[in-house]
Design a protein around this ligand. Structure first.
Ligand SMILES: Nc1ncnc2c1ncn2[C@@H]1O[C@H](COP(=O)(O)OP(=O)(O)OP(=O)(O)O)[C@@H](O)[C@H]1O
Ligand SMILES: [Mg+2]
Length: 316
């Protein structure tokens, strides 16, 4: 359904606004009903990847490569045709549902807008469809809340409504960017379970962006690990998390606190787009750094996965 082929995105961040890459030759594929996680530290390019698919990149961004949706390269479409994919074919869920919800419209009106547009329902049939969708996202007491404004809901309830808005156009693909980061752990688990059940029941593809390995472990079958705008490891989620090969993913894994284990943060920080050299971008922070790391590292196949590290075999 979704095929991204060597997507590169530049932003005018260099001296005098020269373009610098913020995503470099990133490829991925996602079939119907599949769930893919995109992980990486803050600034690695996760949100830009989501925005590129949605056609919502910031002013001045230039995208090259291809983003094919059912065979059509979205990057070649005019803005108008592109917009038709948002909401209808591709639904979006964001970290803070308030940004996606209009504060002055009732939740019923906001969800109804998508359903009216895409299914052509009106009046009581439309209201019933909104109530059905609110029940599907397990919003308590939908009949009372359908006429409420977003501010009257809790964070978890708002995220349920945000999910209902994303589903209102009956999309084939859901893109969720840190959908549970703003929520407490209990509510986070409920929303993740809901995302799992809804994507499963509707046969939806899910692209889940998160900095939290626990979240992607729970929900996704495959992973794409980004570091400073480049893919460093991809493959089955279980394989990657139980036996990470790339030193960066090993570091991320070790930085997850588990009961009774010490947390080992990765030393140093992610290089900014201005600070990136030509060799392996993780090398300055890597405990296994060797002279060959000064050469560029690109993904290569290794068993069930792809890894961008020349030492991957020796380190696994
Ligand atoms: N509108 C923008 N203008 C300038 N630079 C931007 C813009 N959006 C993103 N960037 C830069 O692009 C890089 C990737 O940003 P992005 O938001 O995709 O990271 P992220 O992985 O989503 O991080 P986080 O986990 O903090 O959300 C960063 O270096 C960021 O500073
Ligand atoms: Mg982000």
């Amino acid at each position: 359904m979704l095929e991204i082929d060597r997507l590169t995105v530049t932003l005018p961040l260099g001296l005098n606004g020269t373009p610098l890459p913020v995503l470099e030759e990133v490829s991925l594929s996602l079939g119907r009903g599949e769930r893919l996680g995109v992980v990486g530290e803050s600034g690695s390019g996760k949100t830009l990847l989501a925005l590129a698919i949605l056609g919502l990149l910031p002013e001045g961004a230039v995208a090259s490569g291809a983003i094919r949706f059912d065979g059509i390269d979205l990057l070649t479409l005019p803005a108008e045709a592109r917009r038709a994919y948002r909401g209808r074919r591709i639904g979006m869920v964001f970290q803070e549902p308030m940004t996606a919800l209009h504060p002055m419209l009732t939740i019923g009106d906001q969800i109804g807008e998508g359903i009216a547009l895409h299914q052509g329902l009106r009046g009581s049939a439309l209201r019933q469809a909104v109530l059905d969708l609110l029940a599907q996202v397990h919003l308590p007491d939908p009949a009372r809340r359908i006429d409420a404004y977003p501010h009257a809901l809790s964070g978890g309830q708002r995220q349920r409504v945000g999910l209902a808005v994303a589903l209102s156009g009956n999309p084939d693909l859901l893109i969720a960017d840190e959908p549970t980061t703003a929520l407490d752990v209990t509510v986070q688990r409920q929303i993740l379970a809901l995302l799992h059940d809804l994507t499963e029941a509707r046969g939806l593809g899910l692209l889940l962006v998160s900095h939290d390995l626990g979240v992607v472990a729970r929900l996704t079958q495959r992973l794409l690990v980004l570091y400073a705008g480049q893919a460093v490891e991809t493959g089955p989620t279980l394989d990657l998390l139980t036996q990470p090969h790339h030193p960066y993913l090993r570091g991320l894994r070790a930085a997850v606190p588990s009961l009774g284990e010490a947390l080992t943060p990765i030393p140093g920080t992610l290089p900014t787009p201005q600070e990136r050299g030509t060799g392996c971008r993780f090398a300055p922070r890597c405990a296994f750094r060797q002279p060959p790391c000064a050469a560029p590292q690109t993904l290569r196949a290794l068993g069930s996965r792809h890894v961008a590290c020349w030492q991957a075999e020796a380190l696994r």
